[in-house]
Ligand binder design. Structure first.
Ligand code: AMP
Ligand code: GLY
Length: 423
């Protein structure tokens, strides 16, 4: 089978790496890909939302399945585009249509969905230009800190957590006035949940589902979870506090009602559901849905999946995921993200990355890299995701850290304390 992956980050490199292990894969294409994916397939210089160009590439290269990595093309309707096209409609797309993608694209839609299906989540109130005063009244019913969320996609920056009421009211006003552009013309105010977060991933064909290995990601730039939020500085799977008993609650209270709820509402959801949840003293609360895999969680999760990923995706496409087998490696996988100095603020691109060939016992997934002749150059804030598996978290981490010491590029930075909170 010829497969096209849409996206260019570590997640897409990890998909490419895992798909390459399948005997069912013939040719692999990645649009636009990076220097890492170039070693596993053909990179196509196409933007992820240029659907007309994607169509041409799909037809020219006899592509038989499309895996969509990031949320933006999903929310923009890539799956709908395929279904509406005579020449493309039989080609399976792994990822929901734009209606299903609203679970990620609109916080208000997601919260209403959770409420309709009795999924445990924080209390909330939706505010727009017309009901600002009611928003203030709701804020007054809550205890600090206050959680304000832009309804739409805001590149991971749309959530503010504010310590006192006057500032929360001020920020609510600024958000409605366009702090995050049109994404914050509607704002969801939420009760603050205190607990530990983790990411649960589900692959579904719309009826059946498989729960993939869970992971914990490290979002903050600084050690000890301090400083600005990033796209993710690393991930660990499995998560020690996610016991069988906890996962059973997640499955019964969240996964089943979500998959059944989507079906009942006529939303044909074929793809990944990513539940961002909070463990509040042993009880799971759903913070958010994403309609794709997490990055950098995918880099750790793919290392633990032993089954054939093409086979699982065929199950999604054909609606017989229940007949497929998901076998996972019980060992611990970690990924440590190496970023460009300055990230998530301003940073430089175009530095030469050296000594990748010295890496042993880890897989280096490329996040922001590009090829320039024989050289590999940095091409983003998150540059590499150095991933390893071990009998313990410590063993896996030490492999990744040992290899990071071998790699070099100007102003590279990484967190050396991953897993500090799980020991
Ligand atoms: P999101 O962009 O929805 O992933 O939210 C960003 C981060 O804000 C989450 O990863 C949580 O750490 C935090 N967060 C979101 N909602 C809540 C909440 N209701 N209570 C506490 N923290 C939250
Ligand atoms: N690592 C979190 C995300 O992909 O949204």
């Amino acid at each position: 089978m010829n497969i096209l992956i849409i996206g260019s980050g570590g997640r897409e490199h990890a998909f490419a790496w895992k798909l390459r292990q399948s005997s069912k894969l013939n040719q692999l294409f990645i649009a636009p890909g990076n220097a890492g994916t170039a070693g596993l397939g053909h990179n196509l210089a196409i933007d992820t939302t240029d659907f007309e160009a994607i169509k041409i590439a799909v037809l020219q290269n006899h592509i038989e399945m499309v895996i969509v990595g990031p949320e933006i093309p999903l929310v923009a309707g890539i799956h709908d585009f395929f279904l509406a096209d005579e020449l493309l409609k039989e080609i399976p797309v792994i990822g929901p249509d734009s209606y299903g993608a609203r679970l990620e694209g609109s916080k208000e839609f997601a919260k209403e969905f959770m409420l309709r299906h009795n999924i445990p989540t924080a209390r909330y109130f939706t505010v727009h230009a017309g009901n600002f005063e009611e928003g203030i009244s709701f804020l007054k019913t809550l205890q600090a800190p206050y959680v304000l969320k832009a309804d739409g996609l805001a590149a991971g920056k749309g959530v503010l957590i504010i310590d006192n009421l006057p500032e929360a009211i001020q920020s609510l006003k600024e958000m409605l006035d366009g702090l995050f552009g049109s994404a914050s013309s509607t704002v969801v105010i939420e009760e603050f949940l205190s607990g530990v977060e983790c990411s649960v991933f589900v692959l579904t064909d719309g009826t059946h589902y498989k729960i993939l290995p869970e992971a914990k990601d490290y979002k903050r730039i600084g050690e000890g979870d301090t400083g600005l939020n990033t796209g993710g500085m690393g991930a660990i799977s499995p998560v020690p506090f996610v016991t069988e008993q906890f996962m059973k609650k997640v499955e019964e209270r969240m996964v089943l009602p979500t998959v059944n709820g989507l079906r009942k509402e006529g939303i044909a959801f074929k793809g990944f559901l990513f539940l961002g949840l909070m463990n509040c003293q042993g009880e799971p609360y759903l913070i958010e849905y994403n309609v794709r895999m997490g990055d950098p969680e995918t880099e750790a999760v793919m290392m633990r999946i032993q089954s054939d990923l093409v086979d699982l995706f065929e199950g999604v496409a054909q609606g017989n995921l229940d007949e497929k087998n998901l076998v996972t490696d019980p060992r611990t996988a970690v990924t440590v993200v190496v970023v460009a100095g300055g990230y998530p603020g301003s940073f430089e691109k175009g530095h030469v990355i050296s000594n990748l060939e010295l890496v042993e016992e880890s897989v280096v997934f490329h996040a922001g890299t590009r090829l320039a002749g024989e050289e590999i150059l940095t091409n983003g804030g998150r540059v590499l995701a150095v991933s390893s598996i071990g009998n313990s978290m410590e063993e896996a981490l030490s492999k990744s850290y040992r290899n990071i010491e071998r790699i070099s590029f100007e102003k590279m930075y990484f967190r050396s304390d991953l897993g500090f909170d799980l020991k």
